[in-house]
Design a protein around this ligand. Structure first.
Ligand code: G
Ligand code: G
Ligand code: MN
Ligand code: NA
Length: 253
């Protein structure tokens, strides 16, 4: 309850910020996009991880306020970059409750229109569990989102129960392999098998693949060997405030 109150206060006092973590091509090192990661620094509690406050916000419903703010802020930043001549695909994490709101699609559409952002510069990350719940409703919503021209990615892939065959029926363009599987590369035999099989099938089904949580050069080289398309992780950079992210982009090939 204390955290919930602090969260509401934090939102009012503009203590939330988005940091941006690069996604880069394994073949060329070029920037392919940026994941917006929510950050909150409370004057008393200090840095509170979204892993702590997002589940709470989902319970209280405050996630809707947070989610709307994240959407607005990410679109604002993506538009600034677009208008500076540095188009960057910005992806945001969408929570279950947010995705289930009946006005979600309309809200995204209005936000893009209001900002005059090219829809292809916004990506939504959804987890498998979001899509499996109310499969029919979700499917209709996904198609409506895809029709807006933005792209859709499955986050934390491999931790849910969806098959690639099922996902193939959805208008999804990208899979993000969960860092739990990347962590064990290249030594762990089962992680190797899981990651390699996922990349193989994703390629056959024409999904783009991003490996998450890449921390070592060894992991990166191994993923490149497996012909994984791109990666994200501390090896390249953690999430950075927009101004620092711009500096990093200038240093990338
Ligand atoms: O960035 P970090 O590792 O602290 O993120 C922890 C968790 O919080 C991850 O699962 C991430 O997907 C989630 N997360 C980060 N930013 C957002 C956000 O803006 N919205 C939602 N719903 N989840 C987020
Ligand atoms: O669930 P999601 O994939 O959105 O989670 C993203 C989270 O992963 C963020 O909190 C981010 O800070 C964290 N993260 C990003 N790169 C790395 C990494 O290389 N190693 C670890 N341990 N965490 C990472
Ligand atoms: Mn994510
Ligand atoms: Na993830």
């Amino acid at each position: 309850i204390k955290l919930d109150h602090a969260m509401r206060q934090g939102m009012e006092q503009q203590r939330f910020a988005l940091h941006y973590q690069p996604q880069v091509s394994l073949a060329s090192g070029h920037l392919l996009g940026a994941e917006a990661l929510l950050r909150w620094v409370d004057p008393e509690l200090g840095n509170v991880s979204p892993a702590t406050f997002i589940p709470l916000a989902e319970e209280s419903g405050f996630i809707i306020k947070i989610g709307n703010w994240v959407l607005q802020e990410a679109v604002r930043q993506a538009t600034l970059w677009q208008n500076k001549g540095m188009p960057i695909v910005v992806s945001i994490n969408v929570s279950a409750l947010q995705f289930q709101q009946s006005d979600f699609v309309e809200r995204v559409a209005n936000c893009l229109k209001g900002a005059q952002l090219a829809p292809s510069l916004l990506e939504l990350e959804l987890t498998e569990s979001i899509l499996i719940r109310d499969a029919n409703e979700s499917l209709a919503r996904l198609h409506a989102l895809a029709a807006l021209g933005l792209s859709l990615a499955i986050d934390d892939f491999g931790t849910g129960y969806s098959s690639l065959a099922y996902l193939k029926k959805l208008p999804i363009s990208k899979l993000k392999i969960d860092r739990a599987f990347v962590m064990g590369l290249p030594s762990d035999e089962s992680d190797r098998a899981i990651v390699s099989a996922t990349i193989g099938m994703a390629r056959a089904l024409k999904f783009a693949v991003v490996a998450e949580g890449v921390e070592t050069q060894e992991q990166r080289d191994y993923l490149h060997e497996l012909q994984c398309g791109s990666y994200q992780g501390f090896l390249c950079s953690k999430g950075l405030p927009a101004a620092e992210f711009e500096q990093l982009v200038l240093r990338l090939p």
